[in-house]
Write a protein that binds this ligand. Sequence first.
Ligand code: MF3
Ligand code: CO
Length: 257
Amino acid sequence: MIEILNTDELARARAAGALVGDILHALKARAVVGVNLLDLDRQARRMIEDAGAESCYVDYAPSFGRGPFGHYVCTAVNDAVLHGMPHDYRLADGDLLTLDLAVTLRGVSADAALSFVIGATPAPEDLAMIAATERALAAGIAAARPGARIGDLSHAIGSVLSAAGYPINLEFGGHGIGSTMHQDPHVANDGRPGRGYKLRPGLLLALEPWVMADTDELRTDADGWTLRSATGCRTAHSEHTIAITADGAEILTLLTP
Ligand code: MF3
Ligand code: CO
């Protein structure tokens, strides 16, 4: 189902997005050498509960996972890219970490992710890969306006990722979002312009380009959730929730400084 939000729901979507941005900002600040992924998960839980919000992940049990997820934030390190399950692991210098968080606040959900490198000496190829997903996200957002079609966004995202030299896996991508985290329409990370659902004001979308450095093949961990690159190569993921408005797209999940 595709949901179109009214003015009141849009105000609540802004609040949910701001909360996701706040929590991701706080988790990023805390993610330094020696910090355990389970500490990040505990802080996410605390901040979600203090805000009177609900986690979209803790009870999430889709057909592909060994659900319920049972945690509050996805923490994907190095070759892990999607659905990274927090576990007893201390971050090390040079680790490439992806945090992905979705919450529901007063009936509306928001979802965002970012990748960054732990420590002061990031590998240039890691930074380049992260930057490519961020540019792809920006291109998708720039293409998102009333009258544009989902294929225009997919094409904008995929063109940036391909030009940067990364293979694209189409098994997981962006999605509509609203009263729940995952709604129609699906937003593939590559596609043909001019195809698909026509965007309207009030539509909420989560756009989420992600790549693996040298493969488009995923492997699932023994935990039944964490998805890694089949080759062990490093990975990156950038996601925002946006609202389609009469003037274009509004980013709801900006990291608040
Ligand atoms: N936030 C992810 C997405 O964008 C979903 C993660 S679900 C989890 O679709 F259960 F793995 F946390
Ligand atoms: Co998402």
